[in-house]
Design a protein. Structure first.
Length: 81
């Protein structure tokens, strides 16, 4: 199995001899990665904080919980699924 170092070396050697088309492809990949990292997450941090609080309440038995059968039964009854 190739190590990360081996892969990096292989890519560097490939790029050193690549034509313009290949270089533009690599450039597109790099730009896409850069844009992806700059995109704000769709779920706000406050949602995760609330989820953590609710999970802790559940684990301590401080909140109501349902079995999958309960949930499925309610959905079937309510929506006729």
């Amino acid at each position: 199995m190739e190590t990360t170092i081996d892969i990096r070396k292989k890519i560097h050697e490939f790029i050193d001899h690549a034509d313009e088309r290949i270089l533009r492809i690599f450039n597109g990949i790099i730009n896409a990665e850069k844009v992806e990292k700059e995109i704000e997450p769709m779920v706000p941090e406050s949602f995760y904080k609330k989820l953590d609080v609710e999970r802790e309440q559940h684990l301590k038995g401080e909140s109501k919980s349902y079995t999958w059968e309960d949930v499925k039964g309610r959905l079937t009854k309510t929506y006729g699924l």
